[in-house]
Design a protein around this ligand. Sequence first.
Ligand code: IDP
Ligand code: MG
Length: 160
Amino acid sequence: SYFFQTGWTGENERTFVAVKPDGVQRRLVGEILRRFEKRGFKLVGLKLVKASEDLLREHYWDLRSKPFFRGLMSYMSSGPIVVMVWEGLDVVKTARKMLGETNPADSLPGTIRGDFCVEVGRNVIHGSDSVASAQKEISLWFGQDELHCWEDNSRGWIYD
Ligand code: IDP
Ligand code: MG
């Protein structure tokens, strides 16, 4: 079906992850990619971008009335970010677990935020919070031609 081909369900669920400017500066891109790869998720989109204010405002639209919104905009536009799309079973929920809590102080060791940062305003990574947000964010940050379907040769060793 159309729904299945465009992939938002089962093994074809997708999520949007971004290494924020501090994560790029602190050379965490490889480490973060490695964690998602080794977990068994499939990389279907990846690029380094300098986000425009318009794009960031759209991305964080739900937070527009928060007191930290201006600071968040300047933080997120302070340097390039690495945006990626990962695919796999329950990837939205699992990615959020891998990231840790919004506030690094509440994030357990072993999570990305729990291992690599200390303050909420410099929490190194973004991950979609729901399948609906993931759909919105992927279409905001990626063109269709930038998302790649490929046959996973280790699929049978990752999925029963
Ligand atoms: P999330 O990134 O874990 O989904 P959200 O509540 O959606 O958390 O907030 C988006 C981003 O806004 C956070 O990742 C963080 O960078 C920033 N942020 C959230 N709360 C605060 C705050 O209290 N002070 C400063 N920045 C914040
Ligand atoms: Mg969020």
